[in-house]
Design a protein around this ligand. Structure first.
Ligand SMILES: [Zn+2]
Length: 282
């Protein structure tokens, strides 16, 4: 089917007390495998592109959007296309023009009022163009720094979340509750009471970033307390890398290496994806 609007997908997930997994991607195979696994499991999925990944992998917003759109049309389950962590208004406009139907404006490094202002500016334009918007409040840092996920001072405050969603009209909100990006230097413990309080105070679907390495039981409880979207990048990327390396080390003829490797990788990745898509009990 045609690309689904992520805001509709998250509202539907919220009604089911479930959540959808968003995967950071950068090439054709990753996108294809996720969509194939979603169809096999008959659950929705969100394909995400981080602006840095677009830069490093040299894939344009246009190419990524067209490829995802074409692959989504092959299947019967809702597939969303989302621009992850973007801090720049013009870059977001570029992504919307390229065909992204959901964008994240990450103003979390800015003071509260400035975050509200830039987020509202993006929401006004995006909504006029039929595109939905994720905002971020609190700071979701790097899992390599203990301070970035253990310091409660940077967690999202309930009263700020209430004011932020009211003033910006975002479609979803990424909250800082003790998760972070990358490999965790120690097991995180999500601030589930804070999450519950935020969820009780606002209707907006909530997003959990840094989904790689959070124990499954915590993710399940987070899903029961308002998380409707779980972002996963590190875990998926690491699995892809380690398995590619393992397969390549077996040494094949140079001409066939890559094609053979992708064929050998696919079942491993699909098996992981089919399990992961149910992380939030969808
Ligand atoms: Zn993130």
């Amino acid at each position: 089917m045609a690309l689904a609007l992520v805001s509709d997908m998250l509202r539907e997930a919220d009604k089911r007390h479930a959540g959808i997994v968003g995967f950071n991607t950068f090439n054709y195979e990753e996108v294809e495998w996720i969509i194939e696994a979603a169809e096999a499991e008959q659950v929705p999925a969100i394909i995400m592109l981080h602006p840095d990944m677009a830069y490093f992998s040299n894939i344009s917003f246009e190419a990524h959007a067209q490829m995802t759109k074409a692959l989504a049309e092959r299947v019967s389950v809702p597939i969303g296309l989302h621009l992850d962590h973007c801090e720049d208004f013009n870059e977001i406009m570029h992504a919307i023009k390229a065909g992204f139907t959901s964008v994240m404006i990450d103003g979390s490094k800015l003071p509260f009022e400035e975050n509200v202002a830039i987020t509202r500016k993006v929401v006004d334009v995006a909504h006029a163009m039929g595109v939905c918007v994720e905002g971020e409040l609190g700071r979701i840092g790097q899992a390599a720094n203990r301070e970035d996920f253990l310091n409660e001072d940077i967690y999202t405050k309930v009263e700020d979340a209430v004011a932020f969603v009211e003033r910006t009209q975002v479609d979803s909100l990424a909250v800082a509750i003790g998760s972070a990006h990358g490999f965790y230097v120690e097991t995180p413990h999500l601030a589930l009471d804070r999450l519950k309080a935020i969820n009780d105070a606002i209707d907006t679907p909530l997003v959990l970033h840094g989904g790689s390495g959070i124990p499954d039981d915590q993710i399940t409880i987070a899903g029961q307390n308002g998380i409707n979207k779980l972002n996963v990048g590190t875990e998926y990327g690491h699995l892809l890398y380690t398995n590619t390396r393992k397969i390549m080390e077996e040494g094949l003829s140079p001409r066939e290496d890559w094609m053979w490797c992708m064929g050998a990788l696919k079942p491993v990745m699909i098996e992981y994806l089919r399990r992961k898509l149910h992380a939030l009990s969808y």
